[in-house]
Design a protein around this ligand. Structure first.
Ligand code: FEO
Length: 170
């Protein structure tokens, strides 16, 4: 059985994962109307789906442990971006924020001596390491590219090889 404190903290993470999915969905929709970046667009859509999966995993865990997962109300995410580079910068900042939130959750699980939740959260800890690393790599590449349109063409081609959940070791 989950303590009230753990349940509330897990539900807060449900909200953060749902917000992540919304933020990346907005990036995907914006990217879709920019010319010539089809693979970047599909990367954002896949990333949004991935975040929804993170949210669902939490919902099932809360309910399976005798709690009640709350489907949250969400604020509207930013709808447009000054450039692809800005969108990816926001993605990295957002992932860093998510990692901090997961770390706080791990702290609470330890304080509450809830070892089952602590164990469950290890998957998220590992996932965040991968997601932050991927976001950093993509930002580094975009920094190298700068305003070079040929570089952006190659970036869009290469991002096809990138797996959102690290299937390709990304
Ligand atoms: Fe589920 Fe990328 O945080």
């Amino acid at each position: 059985m989950l303590s009230k404190k753990i349940q509330d903290a897990l539900n807060e993470q449900v909200k953060i994962e749902a917000e992540s999915s919304q933020v990346y969905l907005a990036m995907a929709s914006w990217a879709e109307i920019q010319p010539g970046i089809n693979n970047i667009t599909s990367f954002f859509y896949r990333h949004s789906d991935e975040e929804r999966m993170h949210m669902l995993k939490l919902i099932h865990f809360i309910n399976d442990r005798g709690g009640f997962a709350v489907v949250p109300q969400l604020p509207q995410p930013p709808l447009t971006f000054p450039s692809i580079t800005h969108a990816f910068k926001q993605l990295l900042e957002h992932e860093i924020f998510v990692s901090e939130s997961i770390n706080k959750l791990v702290d609470i699980a330890l304080q509450e001596k809830d070892y089952a939740t602590h164990n469950f959260l290890q998957w998220y800890v590992a996932e965040q390491v991968e997601e932050e690393a991927l976001a950093r790599t993509l930002n580094d590449k975009l920094e190298l590219i700068g305003d070079d349109r040929g570089g952006l063409y190659l970036f869009d081609r290469d991002i096809l090889m990138v797996s959102v959940e690290g299937e390709a070791g990304a």
